[in-house]
Design a protein around this ligand. Structure first.
Ligand code: NAP
Length: 402
């Protein structure tokens, strides 16, 4: 707990920790109370020093709420977009503090009170303006932090291929693994030609009981800096109507293979004091998913495994991240037998993952999906959550498989 607190508070200067605490208080306590509990007649909101009352005040409260929620998240994660917006909002308060006493008291008294109230917020505006670098703390390039070689499973398509391209762009030599050797060979040639990196192609079926161990053996001569445990698939349909063999293969590919590979490469990374383990989980893991029951359960396994390893390996120089995409435009839906629906690009998923690596144990892709996944899990009764998920999966599952 102490270590966690030291980590969390150490990400920003003390005065910014105070702002974070204030934003959190406004987001979770004060503004909800103001909005839902305070009578309309008693409500007042200030914007640029002009007071709004009654329904006009109530109507603008969600904007205040959104601003403080963004501030809480922005200070918590020290997001780059906080500059210049934190400073702009502080300037709005400073202006309000100067204007309101002038309008309210008038004359010299108003001007003096305005100047006194303006000064601390003006100072805060300047401090936030000058804190630009704190919101974009420079990091050593990933290649330097981890080593030369990266192993990407499921590299023949979708998110895995995007990981391979992004890592090669960072200068990693890449081991590409999946079953379709022709695709891996093509990608390897592209990476060598366009990025000038070394590659190795290891075609392997991770559904085979010894698949992951054979893959680990095939790279045991390399000092792996990054392992992307990404290969995986889904299988849509009613549990009792699904092929048992396919479900067992899914657990092998989605759960056992990442476990075995992480177990085989983590000791070397720990001994070298650097490296990264990335697990492709899913937002599907955030609730039970009728008609995708085994898939959601398999991704919950990966999520919990990866987050636990994040804690175990903290301080060892090895970063661990579970990336949790929502629907992504890959071959996944076709393989799973789902009705087609739109999603994110795999490149976006990978960019978010690489940005989050080393900063947090897991990352959801897209704030709305993240909110849906996390709020539902924390607030709704399990029965309601599961039935709501079923409504969604029913739309995505062909009638004959329901
Ligand atoms: N797309 C989404 O909406 C979404 C959302 C959340 C999470 N995810 C997760 O993202 C990961 C990547 O999926 P994707 O969306 O990129 O789908 P994809 O385009 O179908 O890619 C899946 C990859 O896994 C490999 N793979 C599947 N079965 C394998 C096996 N038995 N042995 C070895 N490799 C195997 C495939 O290669 P071969 O077929 O050549 O073997 C392919 O490279 C998966 O873990 C998936 O669960 C996807």
């Amino acid at each position: 707990m102490k270590r966690w607190l030291r980590d969390v508070l150490g990400r920003r200067p003390a005065w910014m920790n105070a702002l974070l605490a204030f934003c959190a208080y406004m987001t979770f306590v004060y503004v909800p109370w103001d909005f839902f509990v305070k009578p309309v007649a008693a409500d007042a909101e200030a914007w640029f020093g002009f007071l709004l009352h009654g329904w006009a005040a109530k109507a603008t409260e969600p904007i205040h709420w959104a601003i403080y929620a963004a501030g809480t998240y922005g200070f918590w994660r020290m997001r780059p977009w906080m500059w210049p917006w934190a400073s702009v909002y502080a300037a709005q308060i400073a202006i309000g503090m100067a204007v309101w006493p002038v309008l309210h008291f008038g004359g010299v008294r108003g001007a003096l009170a305005g100047a006194a109230a303006f000064a601390p917020f003006a100072a805060l505006t300047v401090a936030l303006w000058r804190a630009r670098d704190a919101f974009r703390a420079p990091r050593r390039p990933l290649r330097e932090r981890c080593g030369e070689w990266a192993l990407v499973t499921g590299a023949s398509s979708g998110i895995g291929a995007a990981f391979a391209r992004a890592l090669a762009a960072e200068g990693f030599s890449v081991v590409l693994s999946a079953r379709r050797a022709d695709r891996l060979e093509r990608l390897a040639a592209e990476l060598e030609r366009e990025r000038g990196v070394r590659t190795r192609v290891v075609p392997i079926d991770l559904a085979a009981p010894d698949g992951a161990a054979r893959l680990a053996d095939a790279v045991s001569d390399l000092e792996l800096g990054v392992l992307v445990n990404n290969a995986g698939f889904g299988h849509a349909g009613r549990f009792d109507a699904c092929s048992e063999e396919r479900l067992v293969q899914m657990v092998q590919v989605n759960c056992t293979a990442p476990l075995v590979l992480a177990h085989r490469v983590a000791p070397g990374m720990r001994a070298r004091g650097r490296g990264a383990l990335i697990f492709t989980g899913s937002l599907a893991a955030k609730q039970p998913m009728p008609l995708h029951a085994t898939y959601a359960a398999s991704k919950a396994f990966v999520g919990l495994l990866g987050e636990a390893l994040w804690a175990e390996l903290r301080g060892s120089g090895v970063d661990v991240l579970v990336v949790e995409p929502g629907t992504t435009d890959t071959e996944f839906q076709q393989v799973a037998g789902e009705v087609a629906h739109e999603g994110e690009t795999p490149e976006h998923v990978v960019a978010v993952a690489l940005e989050a690596l080393g900063r947090q144990p897991s990352v959801g892709i897209g704030w709305w999906r993240w909110l849906r996944g996390n709020l539902g899990m924390r607030l709704l009764p399990r029965s309601l959550l599961t039935l709501a998920a079923q409504r969604v999966t029913e739309r995505q599952t062909p009638a004959e498989l329901r």
